[in-house]
Design a protein around this ligand. Structure first.
Ligand code: SF4
Length: 377
């Protein structure tokens, strides 16, 4: 286990957190504990399908076994710290982590409704890190800097918790998961891939990998690794500008991993996976919303089969960039459509509850972590 992915430590507790173990590691743990392999499967189901925390609740384990397990192991879970519901149905959660700093992360449940008001898609946006090192200028999480990676257990916990809320609020389980909350998912590669494996495991949450989308600012090495390992979930790239000059102004990562390198990684990804990808494009007023920007974006969208998701920006305090105006947006979309690009517009959700990335957490107050961020745009 590398140091970035090491589960958060507590001062005194030496017990093994079972949710920090991969399925393989849990099998090994059980074997060393003298248990037959079916016991590992049972415990795995209790952890991920039934969401229990105490060994007493694992009713198909004997009392004696539960007591023995309790002496050496524990099940850490994130705790709800705050919850806000928007008038459009979006629910934002702030969770407290079980670590010595009581770090906070946020997740969002975004419902889509049929015209008759019944729920259609129920998407959970999960965080993968506490803060983020990449310092994109439009992003509230980017202002915090980086504190630590989440474990795969902490990522899966967000989904499990929100799945229960979804059933209570909308009478239906979640349908989609996007790794687009706090943090850069591919900067926490191992935990993200492991969490997706649990979410799709039939003894875990048993979701289709096609319902999961991992988003990245364009970490080229990791994009290629996903392809080499044939990771089956969807990939989205946060582009947000279609030339190097503008992209570097709002996304410092572009200075080292520019569009030429991104193109190489995308071509490699498609050659292995043969599955289309999505470009996410936050559209800002008078910054990246001209016809010329749209033409450049259309060129990028033609590197490999892909679609473009235009996102209306949720204003972040202290950031000068503003949401594009509707008239310019319409013209922008028209240029893309004329060039044969499949483009959708995602209206921002939960404006009245600060549902933009990192907005709740940053208000909780904390020193700034490590960051590539420069002041500017
Ligand atoms: S947009 Fe994503 S990568 Fe950029 S700072 Fe925010 S969380 Fe990090």
């Amino acid at each position: 286990m590398d140091s970035m992915n090491r589960p958060a430590e507590t001062d005194t507790n030496q017990k093994t957190d079972l949710k920090s173990l991969t399925r393989e590691e849990l099998n090994r743990f059980c074997e060393e504990f003298g248990l037959q392999s079916y016991r590992a499967d049972q415990i795995y189901q209790w952890l991920y399908q039934k969401g229990v925390s105490g060994f007493d609740s694992m009713t198909n384990l004997s009392k004696e076994l539960c007591t023995r397990l309790d002496e050496v192991a524990e099940v850490k879970r994130i705790k709800l710290y705050n919850r806000q519901k928007s008038s459009d149905g979006t629910i934002k959660f702030l969770f407290e982590l079980d670590d010595k700093n009581r770090d906070k992360i946020e997740s969002v449940l975004i419902p889509d409704f049929y015209p008759d008001g019944t729920p259609n898609r129920l998407t959970v946006c999960v965080s993968s890190q506490v803060g983020c090192i990449f310092g994109c200028s439009f992003c509230a999480t980017g202002k915090m800097g980086f504190f630590r990676n989440l474990t795969h257990g902490e990522i899966v916990d967000q989904v499990e918790f929100i799945n229960r809320v979804s059933e209570e609020e909308f009478g239906k389980k979640i349908t989609n998961i996007v790794y687009m909350g706090m943090g850069e998912p591919l900067h926490n590669y191992k935990a993200v891939v492991e969490s997706a494996a649990i979410l799709t495991d039939e003894l875990g949450l048993d979701l289709s990998p096609k319902r999961i989308t991992v988003s990245t600012v364009g970490l080229t090495k990791q994009i290629m690794q996903l392809a080499n390992e044939r990771q089956p979930f969807n990939l989205a790239i946060s582009l947000h500008a279609a030339d190097d000059e503008k992209r570097s102004r709002i996304m410092p990562i572009n200075e080292s991993l520019n569009l030429e390198k991104l193109e190489e990684a995308v071509l490699h990804y498609y050659s292995r996976m043969m599955q289309p990808l999505t470009y996410e494009y936050l559209i800002f007023d008078n910054f990246n919303d001209s016809s010329e920007d749209a033409r450049k974006l259309a060129d990028i969208a033609q590197w490999v089969p892909s679609k473009v998701n235009i996102i209306m920006y949720n204003k972040v305090e202290g950031v000068e960039l503003e949401r594009a105006r509707e008239k310019r947006l319409d013209r922008f979309i028209q240029v893309l459509v004329d060039r044969g690009v499949t483009a959708t517009v995602r209206r921002s959700r939960g404006d009245d509850i600060d549902a933009g990335c990192g907005q709740l957490a940053i208000r909780d107050g904390k020193d700034r972590g490590k960051s590539l961020r420069k002041e500017g745009v």
